[in-house]
Design a protein around this ligand. Sequence first.
Ligand SMILES: Cc1cc2nc3c(=O)[nH]c(=O)nc-3n(C[C@H](O)[C@H](O)[C@H](O)COP(=O)(O)OP(=O)(O)OC[C@H]3O[C@@H](n4cnc5c(N)ncnc54)[C@H](O)[C@@H]3O)c2cc1C
Length: 306
Amino acid sequence: MKPAPFEYVAPRSIDEAVTALARGGSEAKVLAGGQSLIPLLNFRLARPTLLVDLNRIPELAHITPRNGGVGIGAMTRQVTVERNADLGRSQPLLKDAIGWVGHAAIRSRGTIGGSLAHADPAAELPAVAVCLDARMRAVSPRGSREIASEAFFQGYLTTVLEPDEILVETWLPALQPNTGQAWLEFARRHGDFALVGVAASITLRRELVQDARIVLTGVGGKPVRVREAETLLVGGTVEDRVGAAADAARTAIEPEADIHASKEYRAHLAGVLTDRAVRLAYERAATVPGAALDTRRTLEAGQRRA
Ligand SMILES: Cc1cc2nc3c(=O)[nH]c(=O)nc-3n(C[C@H](O)[C@H](O)[C@H](O)COP(=O)(O)OP(=O)(O)OC[C@H]3O[C@@H](n4cnc5c(N)ncnc54)[C@H](O)[C@@H]3O)c2cc1C
């Protein structure tokens, strides 16, 4: 099938885009990489009357270190992030996860902002954003506002963005000292959406967990932060607490069954992947330059035992 007819505009600046989108009202949509929107148009599951193409707005595609962290423009291609060596060092969770987004051809057109605004419940980047406590900036005729990532995602394919708002940038805070991060997921075939994915970030103080963030994808309508598991880890060693934390992740969620997996299988995957991701994040935290020597010794002793 081909899309229902629509009007098309390709503004050259954010201001022009905001004006055009406002003119289109609730029936207008922005076009980013088109990797999710174009199939929806072709199947006529979406029938916007106006498409506002963001591809000719250079100010939306950038990677800018700022306030200790980094701002990533909404139209930055996923492949640009994947290949950026500085981001690879400064944002290891993002680097871990981005290669799991579809296939190379998808990532060469797909954008960071498009993935976040589309809010697919099995996507990688929304879970990464919540795990990193990212902040989104959106603009509309009413001005600009910043939105915390946990508040940004509302449910299945739904964010807090109003129809006349454009996501312009996502800001990621700097990696804290003695922090390790990991993304793990399980999909039926390479390039498929994850059945379950997990983002883990572990900050150590000597060998004890000082801070933990664990966010799952594929187990609910939006990224699911498993606070029960985080709380269990904090104050103990990973070796002692990771089993209980993984159990907590498995039982705290209420995944849905679909043609790809039963809810029991998804819950099982959530537990297994949480266990592995927390251990991997811990290993990385313990081996970052400057990690406490006793932490490294604990890790090495554990590896000798294994
Ligand atoms: C075969 C295939 C496999 C895929 N596998 C995966 C996968 O494993 N993991 C994964 O995460 N994704 C996957 N995707 C989706 C891919 O990551 C898309 O790139 C992404 O979901 C949408 O990004 P986009 O730039 O293409 O946005 P578009 O398709 O252009 O837009 C998507 C939606 O977001 C809105 N939007 C886009 N940008 C903005 C903005 N700046 N402000 C406000 N609204 C905006 C659009 O109006 C539209 O509603 C896959 C896609 C395909 C076709």
